[in-house]
Design a protein around this ligand. Structure first.
Ligand SMILES: Nc1ncnc2c1ncn2[C@@H]1O[C@H](COP(=O)(O)OP(=O)(O)O)[C@@H](O)[C@H]1O
Ligand SMILES: O=C(CO)[C@@H](O)[C@H](O)COP(=O)(O)O
Length: 507
């Protein structure tokens, strides 16, 4: 039995996998609260993650009817880019600053300048540092909380922190590390110089966790924690990874040829690559995968949060929202919502606010508003898909995961808007499943078994054919028009982000 954990933005999901049969035996979840503040502050108390870990794990074990002593390994997936700082006694210094926090956008701009702009960042790190990446949070902390900054002894990402809580060891793996902005994705090494630029004392470099390979274990559970959670004290903890890296494993996206799209708090799109072919397009982040390769990725910051904001405003539940969406035609009778409530990463508009366009006395209806938000957030992913496709990434279909993938209406909208068939894997909690599969892989390597990651994915992941949807020709055309209007409005309202340059730099 293997336990997969996904510490997402809105909550933690746990899943218990019988890796021998490939069956998921039980699942559980528990929510997190966001701390929102001025200038795009989005933080979370790490105690929420550990409490949610415990609650979700207990629920998954109870649903499976299995005791924790049967768990042989744990794999943790986590929201990317967040900054957790510890002092030398291992105490957390302040709430974690999250991937969707844009408070350090200005610090990011200064660091980008130091790197030589987008080109300099690409040449040096293989990614263009974006607001939300970890590196600018460090500069922000130095300037805003100098006393706490001086006490930093360990810098961890969210899933690294959970691994530390589980095992007592601070380390990181290539996938999540590649989203920090102080890591070279080509060589898979930390970039210490950028940290020295932020603080010449050497404190930050000394605080970097050790890097481990994707099939390496972090260690075993701390005995007292194993005892408290009722888990097997001999259970190993695998390296885990960022939620997108784990979502890739959990959808068997470990070979070129597949595209996974996640409809979570963020919207993401990614495809496995065997080589670090760095795109010159700044929006495409060529992260490392947590399965030995690379994972070119697009991320939008406004997805289910924007839907939720309109749902709350109109006091609707999911079903009522969906009924209203269905009542409005494609294009919402000319109502377009540019949903940048949190600022945005793709397109690169960290300071943007959302805006509503095309309202008239005739089209201002609840149905059009609901459709406009769902279309607006999905258009962002269409823009991202175009960028990936222009960089040579092709797939016959899109594998849809995350909370939003449970919505059949949204699945059809995705298929029509992307003009591509869409399907879900049996377990939409693919990041948690990926964690469990990675733990089984790691356990097999430790026990000298020859179970490959590919064989485990084949055994544990299946397509849910009942969710398969094909694009419908009329709808594809109608969305094409609505998408053009969306792009024109983005450019007219916020200006043109860096024009796409589709050549590639040093592979
Ligand atoms: N049936 C559904 N229809 C539409 N959206 C849903 C449905 N179920 C869950 N969601 C959305 O999914 C979100 C959570 O997705 P999830 O992938 O777990 O996010 P995260 O990992 O960022 O915490 C919820 O906030 C909710 O808006
Ligand atoms: O920042 C990114 C990817 O670069 C996000 O995808 C985060 O990893 C958060 O994921 P969710 O909470 O939406 O699952």
């Amino acid at each position: 039995m293997f336990l997969g954990i996904d510490c997402g933005t809105q909550g933690t999901k746990a899943l218990l996998l019988d890796a021998a049969s490939g069956q998921v035996l039980g699942q559980g979840s528990a929510g997190h609260e966001l701390i929102s503040g001025p200038n795009g502050r989005r933080e979370q108390h790490v105690e929420q993650w550990t409490a949610a870990f415990e609650a979700a794990t207990a629920a998954a074990l109870a649903e499976a009817g299995v005791t924790g002593d049967q768990v042989l390994g744990i794999g943790v997936s986590g929201q990317q880019h967040g900054l957790v700082t510890l002092d030398r006694d291992g105490q957390v210094l302040r709430p974690a600053k999250l991937w969707c926090d844009t408070e350090s956008a200005e610090e990011n701009q200064r660091l980008l300048q130091w790197l030589g702009g987008e080109r300099g960042s690409l040449e040096r790190l293989g990614v263009v540092i974006a607001p939300g990446y970890t590196v600018s949070k460090l500069l922000w902390m130095k300037e805003q909380h100098p006393r706490l900054f001086e006490r930093i002894a360990h810098i961890l990402l969210p899933h690294d922190y959970l691994n530390y809580w589980l095992t007592g060891r601070c380390c990181s793996e290539y996938g999540d590390a590649s989203g920090t902005g102080y890591f070279d994705v080509r060589t898979r090494r930390w970039d210490r110089e950028i940290l020295r630029h932020i603080d010449a004392s050497g404190r930050l470099e000394a605080a970097l966790p050790e890097l481990i390979a994707p099939d390496e274990a972090v260690g075993r559970l701390r005995p007292e924690l194993a005892h408290r959670l009722g888990l097997n004290p001999d259970a190993i903890v695998s390296g885990g990874g960022g939620d997108n890296m784990m979502g890739a494993i959990g959808t068997a996206n470990i070979r070129p040829g597949a595209i996974t799209m996640s409809l979570g708090t963020s919207g993401t799109l990614y495809a496995f690559a065997e080589e670090p072919r760095i795109s010159q397009q700044p929006a495409v982040a060529t992260f490392c995968s947590s399965s030995g390769g690379w994972l070119p990725l697009i991320c939008t910051m406004n997805l289910t949060n924007a839907n939720g904001a309109i749902r709350d405003l109109l006091q609707l539940d999911f079903d009522q929202f969906n009924v209203l969406v269905a009542q409005a035609p494609i294009g919402a009778e000319g109502v377009t919502l540019l949903p940048f409530l949190n600022g945005e990463r793709v397109p690169a508009l960290p300071q943007a606010t959302a805006s509503l366009h095309g309202l008239t006395a005739d089209n201002l209806t609840r149905a059009n508003l609901c459709r406009a938000v769902l279309e607006g957030v999905t258009f962002g992913l269409r823009y991202g898909l175009d960028l990936l496709r222009k960089n040579g990434i092709r797939s016959e279909r899109i594998q849809l995961i995350g909370g939003g993938a449970k919505n059949p209406q949204w699945r059809q909208i995705v298929a029509d808007m992307m003009a591509t068939p869409v399907v879900c894997t049996t377990h939409s909690e693919a990041a948690a499943l990926g964690g469990a599969i990675q733990a089984a892989w790691c356990h097999a390597r430790q026990s000298d078994s020859h179970a490959s990651l590919a064989a485990l994915c084949e055994r544990c992941i299946s397509i849910d054919e009942a969710t398969a949807v094909e694009p419908e020709a009329d709808a594809v055309q109608a969305y094409e028009q609505a998408y053009r209007r969306y792009r024109e409005l983005v450019i007219a309202t916020y200006g043109q982000p860096t024009p796409p340059d589709l050549t590639t730099v040093t592979p």
